[in-house]
Design a protein around this ligand. Structure first.
Ligand SMILES: O=C(O)c1cc(=O)[nH]c(=O)n1[C@@H]1O[C@H](COP(=O)(O)O)[C@@H](O)[C@H]1O
Length: 246
C-alpha cells in the first residue's frame, strides 16, 4: 500500500478560528520544522481577507486557501482570477459544479497567477465532503452510485477539467489512483488520531492510515487547534503521517 506515492507534504493545519489573535497565536506556535502548510478557510478569510494570508506568509508558511468555489463558470473563472493573484499554494473548487465550471476555474486561477507574475496555485476539487456518509449520499443527494464510485467519478472529471488533485477521504485514495495519473494529488481531511472525537466527520482515518493508504497530504484542524498543546499534537501527527505510526 502507498508504494506509488510520488509526493508527500507536511500536514496541512486548518486554522478554523474566529479572531486575528487566535490565528496569530497558532501561527506563532506552529513556526516549527518541518513547517506545516496552513489552511485558511471561509471563517478567517471572510472576516479578514487577504490580510490574514499575508500575515501567515510573512512568517514563512505556505498557504492552502480553502474557499470551495461553486457557482456558474463565468463567476468562478473571474473569482479564481482574483485568488490566483494572492500567492497561495493551494485552493479549492467543488467538482459537483461540473467539468465546465472546474475548467473555467482552472483557467481563471492560472491567468490570475500569470498576471501577477506568480506560480499558479494547485487547484484541488472537492469530491464528496468527509462529513457525508453513504446514507446521506443516497437519501439526501439521491446519488445512485456508491460513495467510492461517486468520489472516483468526480476525480476523473476534475483531472480531465485541469485540476491538480482532489480533496477526499483517505478511504478513497486507492480507488482514485486506479483512474488518475500518478501525479494527481489526493489531499485528505477527516483525520482523527486514535480515540480523538470525530465531531461532524464521518469518513475518518488516523494519520498513519492516511499514510498507508497513499494520501499526498492530510488536513487536520481540531485535533491540533483545540489541543491543550497544539505543537505536541502537530508533531505527533506529522510523525505518524510522514514516518509511519509506531
Ligand atoms: O476542503 C477541505 O479542506 C475539507 C473537505 C472535506 O471534505 N472535509 C473537510 O473536513 N475539509 C476541511 O478540513 C478541515 C477539517 O477540520 P477538522 O475536522 O477540525 O480536522 C476543515 O477546515 C474542513 O473545512
Amino acid at each position: 500500500m502507498g508504494g506509488k506515492i510520488l509526493k508527500r507534504y507536511s500536514p496541512m493545519v486548518a486554522i478554523d478560528v474566529a479572531t486575528k489573535e487566535a490565528a496569530s497565536s497558532l501561527f506563532d506556535q506552529l513556526t516549527v520544522e518541518p513547517r506545516p502548510i496552513l489552511k485558511i478557510g471561509m471563517e478567517l478569510y471572510y472576516h479578514f481577507g487577504p490580510e490574514v494570508i499575508k500575515a501567515a506568509q510573512q512568517r514563512g508558511f505556505k498557504i492552502f486557501l480553502d474557499l470551495k468555489l461553486h457557482d456558474i463558470p463565468n463567476t468562478v473563472k473571474r473569482t479564481m482570477f482574483v485568488l490566483g493573484q494572492l500567492g497561495v499554494d493551494f485552493t479549492t473548487i467543488h467538482a459537483a459544479g461540473g467539468s465546465e465550471m472546474v475548467a473555467a476555474g482552472a483557467a481563471g486561477l492560472r491567468a490570475g497567477a500569470a498576471a501577477a507574475g506568480l506560480p499558479a496555485p494547485r487547484l484541488l476539487a472537492i469530491t464528496q465532503l468527509t462529513s457525508i456518509d453513504e446514507a446521506t449520499l443516497h437519501k439526501e443527494q439521491h446519488v445512485g452510485l456508491s460513495l467510492v464510485e461517486s468520489v472516483q467519478s468526480y476525480a476523473r472529471l476534475a483531472e480531465d477539467a485541469g485540476a491538480d488533485g482532489v480533496v477526499c477521504s483517505a478511504q478513497e485514495v486507492q480507488a482514485i489512483r486506479q483512474v488518475t495519473r500518478p501525479e494527481f494529488l489526493c489531499v485528505t481531511p477527516g483525520i482523527r488520531p486514535q480515540n480523538a472525537a470525530k465531531g461532524d466527520q464521518k469518513r475518518v482515518v488516523t494519520p498513519g492510515q492516511a499514510r498507508a493508504l497513499g494520501s499526498n497530504a492530510i488536513v487536520v484542524g481540531r485535533p491540533i487547534t483545540q489541543s491543550a498543546d497544539p505543537v505536541k499534537a502537530y508533531r505527533q501527527i506529522e510523525h505518524d503521517f510522514l514516518e509511519g505510526e509506531d
